[in-house]
Design a protein around this ligand. Structure first.
Ligand code: ZN
Length: 370
């Protein structure tokens, strides 16, 4: 489904000021708020859509990127896994926007009600070959995560009666003051353990090994972190699961060197092949290809195979494969070969006569980046 324009989502024009953007979002958020639209999937989708639009447009840097590139600017960025933001992200990030005027929310933070406890995140490293990076890959990975132990039951916290908050009234010289703080018996969750099996920890959780399928888009880079929402450690009671943070590692390739989205390949050709011309098979990330090497090729020549590099993570096309020609000069020669080259020393065909097309290495590098 095509994504709607963020300005259209919030019903504002491109020139809207920061306060207009905020006002527009607040209006949409209240209209589609889950408390007002219980069990209404469409309202929930609209609520999320508005939050996403606000997340981008309320941030000057993200807004500038969006204005320039549109949705492409954020593909594979925040909303990895297709889930986008979840409701808790929205409330924890933008909860303050509802401050005053709109009452607290059931089940979420923000307005000062009960908090849903979130399980901790898991961080895993995934090693990928260049081929996997170029084509995108789905990895099945075994993870050890905390899950609610079967047989664990929870009950409403008797200290805070399930509100997650403890209110205290103190007498001060200014009069009676009411303060509330998170309940320290249940940690603000509003629930405590009723029964748990022997192998569960204090929170009623135990370690389970699970296989998680992780879709990795093409074009990722070393050190990049992807989020798989809800696949981290579970939380006790009605809390929400943490996330898995996938850290990308790139395995070095035997023949190909990556530089951004471009790839480099060093091709060695014999002296004879350089003189006579030949064809050579080279490695690419999508298999081997045969390329033609013209007769009279110079060492340092770069052959550019367009689109044979790595796809851009943002979806703007693909990089190129740059094949660097290195002419291999023989180091040992037979007597006859030596004689042959001695005779060629003064030969006019062996005399270097560089033309414009035989640019020096530095000129070529300059061209590549211009
Ligand atoms: Zn409590």
């Amino acid at each position: 489904m095509a994504k709607r324009d963020y300005y259209e989502v919030l019903g504002i024009s491109k020139g809207a000021s920061a306060s207009e953007i905020k006002k527009a979002y607040r209006k949409k958020a209240i209209e589609f708020h889950p408390d007002k639209n219980p069990d209404n999937k469409e309202a929930e989708a609209k609520f999320k859509e508005a939050a996403e639009a606000y997340e981008i447009l309320s941030d000057a840097d993200k807004k500038a990127r969006y204005d320039q590139y549109g949705h492409q600017a954020f593909e594979n960025g925040g909303g990895f896994g297709g889930g986008g933001m979840n409701m808790d992200d929205i409330f924890s990030q933008f909860g303050d926007i509802f401050g005053g005027g709109f009452g607290g929310f059931s089940g979420f933070g923000g307005g000062g009600g009960q908090r849903r406890v979130k399980g901790s995140n898991l961080r895993i490293r995934v090693k990928l070959t260049l081929e996997e990076i170029a084509n995108g890959v789905e990895k099945k990975i075994k993870v050890k995560r905390k899950v609610q132990a079967p047989g664990t039951t929870y009950k409403t916290c008797s200290t805070c009666n399930g509100t997650g908050q403890v209110t205290r009234i103190t007498n001060t010289i200014l009069g009676r003051m009411q303060t509330s703080s998170p309940c320290n018996v249940c940690g603000g969750a509003g629930e405590t353990i009723d029964k748990k099996p022997a192998d569960a920890d204090a929170q009623g959780l135990k370690i389970a090994e699970e296989t998680v399928s992780i879709k990795i888009p093409a074009g990722v880079v070393e050190g990049m972190q992807l989020k798989v929402s809800g696949k981290g450690n579970e939380a006790p009671g009605n809390g929400i699961s943490g996330d898995i943070l996938v850290v990308i590692e790139e395995e070095p390739h035997e023949k190909l060197q990556r530089e951004g989205d471009n790839l480099h390949y060093d091709l060695y050709v014999s002296f004879s092949d350089a003189v006579l011309g030949t064809s050579k098979e080279i490695d690419t990330v999508t298999g081997k290809v045969r390329i033609k090497v013209e007769a009279g090729v110079q060492s340092g020549k770069i052959l550019r195979l367009r689109g044979k590099g790595i796809p851009s993570i943002n979806g703007y096309g693909k990089g190129d494969l740059l094949v660097h020609v290195n002419v291999w000069t023989p180091k040992t020669l037979s007597k006859q070969q030596k004689e042959f080259f001695e005779n060629m020393r003064e030969d006019e065909h062996f005399e270097p006569k560089p033309e414009k097309s035989d640019k020096s290495f530095f000129e070529k590098v300059k061209d590549m980046f211009s």
